[in-house]
Design a binder for this molecule. Structure first.
Ligand code: FAD
Length: 389
């Protein structure tokens, strides 16, 4: 093996490169990354936007780190196709990059509305965070009663926007497609606890709004709801989920479903081609089915695991991963597999005015949980999902 090519320089791809280099000093390692930055933490972006940490603290690797580890980082270069038979990647520069081993670590792609006026933002990468920081600066120069933000969405990124608007004292209306936060995942009680927290914090919720109309030609001026009511705003944050970007691997012959399908060793249907992180739909032995997770812990751990598999330390990937977030000071943790449609039973094991704990079961075994307002059982539930208790 001479050449390892990694598509995607996020936490999964970069961790894989780092671990591969630790295991082998000679193999050539190349990372293709369509953005223009060394590795940074997406998790820290909201903290940077709020001014809690300086921009440079978001970066996890320096340019020098790549050169001193002899990892070639090709930034601003997109993989446009993969020829598995002849073993090369077609790049946006028109090159054919040969590989012996290929690791697909391209993450997911944002769902967008499209054609939005200025003031409408997304929060995926550091370029988005820079733009959001400058939009916030402009909004904060307006008189207090004109500092108005709208959030479109009801999941993790929507929550980040609500927290950001609250942090800056910007009034906040949330427009949701479903009946509440994570409406296809959570029980009515969990949604109520979150809605109450948001409303008590001064947020206005507009539920079951499938297609809000964005007002304003060059700059956003408001949002029109299905009732015809208009909410004026100068900023709108959109967080309506992700989807896999299959454009560059769809035709190369590897098995794809809700992600790139891999087994418990992170191997695709083709020899020496692997997929990790948010891009991978892998067999999770702890929950007994193929899942796609979108969390940092999973992506980083799979980066480490794939390096082991490639160098012969073959062991099934084994981690119960979780995503921890918050709504103001209320802690929220999603653990394991919480796909309501894919379980037999959901048990509401705690339900108070300010807390909700739900456990997800398949075949009598716990496979996931959502903890809101009371996360004290996080470690024990994680151990139960792993079968250690
Ligand atoms: C604002 C924000 C906050 C978050 N907060 C949390 C949190 O608190 N906790 C948590 O667990 N998770 C959080 N997440 C999710 C977490 O960041 C992701 O699960 C994690 O980054 C996934 O890592 P990855 O390496 O698989 O994918 P990514 O980080 O998406 O990296 C993939 C990289 O591949 C590149 N790429 C894609 N296609 C191509 C191509 N064709 N050619 C070249 N390059 C390509 C992309 O530009 C990208 O840089 C957050 C995400 C965001 C956006």
């Amino acid at each position: 093996m001479e050449n390892i090519v990694i598509l995607g320089g996020g936490i999964a791809g970069t961790t894989a490169a780092e671990e591969l280099r630790k295991k082998n000093a000679d193999v050539a390692i190349t990372i293709l990354e369509q953005e223009h930055h060394p590795l940074y933490s997406r998790v820290l972006l909201p903290h940077y936007v709020k001014g809690k940490i300086p921009r440079e603290k978001v970066f996890l690797k320096s340019w020098e780190w790549y050169s001193s580890n002899r990892i070639e980082l090709m930034v601003g270069v997109r993989a446009e196709g993969i020829d598995i038979l002849n073993r090369f990647v077609k790049t946006s520069e028109g090159r054919e990059l040969p590989f012996d081993v290929l690791i697909l670590a391209g993450g997911g792609e944002l769902n967008v509305i499209g054609g939005e006026p200025r003031g409408v933002s997304y929060l995926r990468g550091i370029d988005d965070a820079d733009e959001l920081a400058s939009l916030l600066k402009e909004t904060l120069m307006r008189p207090q009663d004109e500092r108005r933000g709208v959030v479109y969405g009801s999941g993790f990124i929507a929550l980040e926007y609500i927290n950001i608007f609250k942090h800056f004292g910007i009034s906040c209306d949330v427009v949701m497609r479903g009946s509440g936060f994570w409406s296809s995942t959570l029980s009515a009680h969990s949604q109520e606890v979150l809605a109450k927290k948001a409303i008590d914090g001064g947020v206005l919720l507009h539920i079951n709004e499938t297609e809000p109309t964005i007002l304003g030609e060059r700059e956003v001026t408001g949002v029109r709801l299905s009732s015809g009511a208009e909410i004026p705003c100068s900023m709108m944050g959109v967080g309506i989920g992700m989807h896999p970007d299959q454009s560059y691997y769809r035709d190369c012959g590897i098995e794809i479903d809700r992600g790139i399908v891999v087994n418990e060793y992170l191997e695709t249907s083709h020899a020496s081609v692997y997929a990790i992180g948010d891009a991978a739909q892998f067999f999770d032995g702890n929950v007994g089915r193929k899942v796609v997770y979108g969390n940092w812990m999973n992506a980083q751990s799979q980066g480490r695991a794939v390096a082991k598999t490639i160098f012969g330390e073959r062991a099934p990937f084994n981690l119960v991963s979780s995503y921890a977030t918050h709504l103001f000071d209320m802690h929220i943790v999603f653990i394991g597999d919480v796909d309501r449609k894919a379980v037999d039973e959901v048990r509401q094991v705690a339900a108070t005015e300010s807390a909700s704990v739900e456990e997800f079961y398949r075949g009598g075994k716990i496979v996931g949980a959502v903890l809101i307002g009371d996360i004290s059982s996080r470690a024990t539930i994680t151990a139960r999902i792993a079968g250690r208790e």
